[in-house]
Design a binder for this molecule. Structure first.
Ligand SMILES: [Zn+2]
Length: 157
């Protein structure tokens, strides 16, 4: 009997956030504690991960593959990207502590195949994902209802 209960609990967790783990992130320069979970081939903030899974499933039903190139970034990673950007060697990157990748809410998606971008532009907001950086078609952020004001602040890449 005990193993059946364990199996049921295991299955329930597996459907939710079994892989969630705590992480140290940043938002607007402030340290924040967050939980991250797997998000395609990357990791991202746990609610973002959940929303992405739902969205990816819907896209898949439409024959579109959504894949994540970059999700949550540690401060160290962001610092390296910012340094590269400042040297003219990388994409636009926000200063360490100020990227939404450090809050785990931003996803860089593969959009080189036009159909993924077209699908996102049509359906992304329905799942809470917004394209927030002009000129970066791949950068989408998960903004739940209370977070929409973030749409109007300085873009963070
Ligand atoms: Zn990005």
């Amino acid at each position: 009997m005990r193993w059946i209960i364990a199996a049921v609990i295991g299955t329930a967790l597996g459907a939710g956030t079994a892989s969630a783990r705590p992480a140290q992130g940043y938002r607007a320069g402030q340290k924040i504690d967050l939980e991250v979970a797997s998000c395609g081939d990357a990791v991202c903030e746990v609610r973002t991960a959940r929303a992405f899974r739902v969205m990816a499933r819907a896209a898949s039903k439409d024959g579109v593959d959504l894949a994540v190139r970059s999700g949550f970034r540690s401060r160290t990673k962001q610092a390296a990207l910012y340094k590269a950007y400042r040297k003219g060697e990388g994409n636009l990157a926000a200063a360490p502590g100020f990227s939404n990748h450090e809050s785990g809410r931003a996803l860089d998606l593969y959009v080189t195949r036009g159909e993924a971008l077209r699908w996102l532009e049509k359906n992304g907001t329905h799942y809470g994902f917004h394209r927030t950086v002009p000129g970066e078609a791949w950068h989408w952020e998960y903004l739940a209802d209370g977070d929409r004001e973030h749409l109007h602040r300085k873009p963070t890449s």
